[in-house]
Design a protein around this ligand. Structure first.
Ligand SMILES: N[C@@H](CCSC[C@H]1O[C@@H](n2cnc3c(=O)[nH]cnc32)[C@H](O)[C@@H]1O)C(=O)O
Ligand SMILES: [Zn+2]
Length: 434
C-alpha cells in the first residue's frame, strides 16, 4: 500500500464542523483511510497543510470545459442571441484538436482552483476524455445533442453519438470517468427524439443530463405546445429519474419544485451564467426547503467567465439572498454543501465529503492571507472570502494533481501557449479571415 498524508491542517467535515486533523490516504484504492491526529509519520508522501483548510475537492456540476477557448469571445448578450449569433457559429469551426486544447486549459484552471470533479456536456468527447485521463480529475462526460435545424438523419446521428459515447467511456480512466446521455435542452431536441432515445439511455444504465428552465423564453413554447410546464414534460418523457440532473432550473414554479423533490432528480445551479446572460434568479432556497438535491456549476467559461467554484459559491449565496429577498437565505453552510456533496450527489459521485472510506478528492486552501484574516469561521471564509488563488494543493483519487501551486499533470505554460494560438486561429476562421 502506498500512502499520502496531509498534515497540520484544519479539516472540514461533512457536518460542517472544522477540526484540527491530519488525513491519511490509500493511494492504491484512492480512498481516505483515516482522519485523526499524529498521522504525519504514516504517509509515504506528505502534503503540508499547516495554516490551511483541508476541504473536499469542489464538484462542478455543469460545465462545457472546452469552451475556455471562447472565454471573452462574445459577452453582454442574452442566451438566445449569444448562442445563435456568436457561440454556435464559432463552435462550428472547432476542431477535435481545439477541443483537446480547450479542455486542457479548463482542466488546468480547475486543478488550480481546487475542483476535483465535474460534469461536462460537449462534442468531440473522446478528446475531453483523453484530457481528463491525463489531468487526473474525475468527470461525468457526455455528448450534447441538438436536433433543431437538423434533418432527421443528422438528428438521429447526433443522438446515436451521445448513446455510443455514454456506453464506451463509462468506467474509463481507472473508473474516474463516468458518462451520461445528454440532450442539450427540452427546446433544442425534438420530442420524437427524446421519446426514442431516452429509453435506450435507460437500457445503457446511464443518467440523463440537460439544460432546463434556463430562460423564460424556453418555458413559454413548451407550455403553449404541450399544455404542461417543462419539467412535467420532462417527467412524462422519463427524464426525471433519481440519477438524472438538469442545469439551471431558473424558471421553475412550485409544481415543478415539488416534482423535482419527489423524483429525486438533481438541479445544478449556475448563478454566474444566470446573472451574466440575465436569465433570471433560481429559487435556490425554496428548492432546498422542498428537499431538492441542489449542486453548483460554472457552466462554460464563455458565460461566466472563469471556472472557479469558489466564485460560484459566493455568487450562489449572494444571488440566493436577493432572489428570496431574505439575507438568511442560502447561508454559508448551505453553499458549502452545494459546492461539495450537493453537486456530487446530483451528478452521481461519491466524492464531496472528507470521511473514512470516501474518495480521496480534496483541496488545501491557504488561510494565511490578508483577505482570510481574522479566522472566526472557516465555513464563512469558504463561502464568502476565499478565492481560487488561495488553493495550495489539489488531490484527486489519492493522487497529487497540484503541489504548492504547481500543477503536476499538465505543463501549465505549454497549455496556455497552445490555447492562445488555437483561440486566435479559431476567431480568424469564425470571422472568415481564413
Ligand atoms: N452537438 C451539439 C452541441 C451541444 S454541446 C452543448 C452546447 O451547450 C452550449 N451552451 C453553453 N452554455 C449554455 C447555456 O447556458 N445554455 C444553453 N446552452 C449552453 C454550448 O455552447 C454547446 O453548444 C451541436 O452539434 O451543436
Ligand atoms: Zn450549459
Amino acid at each position: 500500500m502506498t500512502t499520502l498524508s496531509i498534515t497540520g491542517g484544519r479539516v472540514l467535515r461533512p457536518d460542517a464542523t472544522v477540526t484540527r486533523a491530519d488525513v491519511l490516504v490509500d493511494q492504491d484504492t484512492g480512498e481516505i483511510l483515516e482522519i485523526g491526529s499524529d498521522l504525519a509519520g504514516e504517509g509515504d508522501e506528505t502534503l503540508d497543510a499547516e495554516g490551511a483548510l483541508v476541504t473536499p475537492g469542489f464538484v462542478n456540476g455543469h460545465c462545457h470545459v472546452a469552451m475556455t477557448l471562447l472565454r471573452g469571445y462574445a459577452d453582454d448578450k442574452p442566451l438566445d442571441a449569444w448562442l445563435q449569433e456568436d457561440i454556435w457559429p464559432a463552435e462550428g469551426e472547432l476542431t477535435a484538436e481545439d477541443v483537446r486544447i480547450g479542455a486542457e486549459l479548463g482542466l488546468l484552471e480547475m486543478i488550480k482552483s481546487g475542483t476535483t470533479a465535474f460534469a461536462d456536456m460537449y462534442f468531440h468527447v473522446p478528446e475531453i476524455a483523453a484530457a481528463v485521463e491525463q489531468a487526473g480529475l474525475r468527470a461525468r462526460l457526455g455528448h450534447g445533442i441538438v436536433t433543431v435545424a437538423k434533418d432527421d438523419e443528422g438528428a438521429r446521428a447526433d443522438a446515436e453519438t451521445s448513446l455510443e459515447v455514454a456506453r464506451e467511456y463509462d468506467g474509463t480512466a481507472d473508473g474516474r470517468i463516468s458518462t451520461a446521455f445528454m440532450p442539450h435542452s427540452l427546446t433544442t431536441v425534438g420530442t420524437e427524439y427524446l421519446e426514442e432515445f431516452v429509453p435506450k439511455a435507460r437500457e445503457a444504465g446511464v443518467p440523463i443530463h440537460y439544460h432546463a428552465n434556463e430562460t423564460a423564453d424556453e418555458v413559454a413554447p413548451i407550455v403553449e405546445e404541450e399544455g404542461v410546464r417543462p419539467l412535467a414534460y420532462a417527467a412524462e418523457r422519463g427524464m426525471l429519474e433519481p440519477e438524472d440532473f438538469l442545469a439551471h432550473g431558473v424558471h421553475v414554479d412550485d409544481s415543478e419544485i415539488e416534482l423535482l423533490a419527489e423524483a429525486g432528480a438533481g438541479v445544478i445551479h449556475c448563478p454566474a451564467s444566470n446573472m451574466k446572460l440575465a436569465s433570471g434568479m433560481a429559487p435556490v432556497q425554496r428548492m432546498r426547503d422542498a428537499g431538492v438535491t441542489v449542486g453548483l456549476g460554472t457552466d462554460g467559461a464563455a458565460s461566466n467567465n472563469d471556472l472557479s467554484m469558489l466564485d460560484e459559491a459566493r455568487d450562489a449565496a449572494m444571488l440566493g439572498k436577493l432572489a428570496a429577498d431574505d439575507a438568511s437565505a442560502v447561508p454559508a453552510e448551505a453553499v458549502t454543501e452545494m459546492l461539495t456533496r450537493g453537486s456530487a450527489d446530483a451528478i452521481g459521485l461519491e466524492s464531496g465529503r472528507l470521511e473514512e472510506g470516501a474518495p480521496a478528492d480534496l483541496a488545501v486552501i491557504d488561510l494565511e492571507t490578508a483577505h482570510l484574516t481574522p479566522r472566526h469561521d472557516l465555513v464563512s471564509h469558504l463561502a464568502y472570502a476565499a478565492a481560487a488563488a488561495d488553493v495550495r494543493h489539489t488531490v484527486c483519487d489519492g493522487r497529487v494533481l497540484m503541489r504548492d501551486r504547481e500543477v503536476l499533470t499538465l505543463d501549465e505554460v505549454a497549455v496556455r501557449e497552445r490555447a492562445q494560438e488555437a483561440a486566435e486561429a479559431l476567431s480568424a476562421r469564425a470571422s472568415g479571415e481564413e
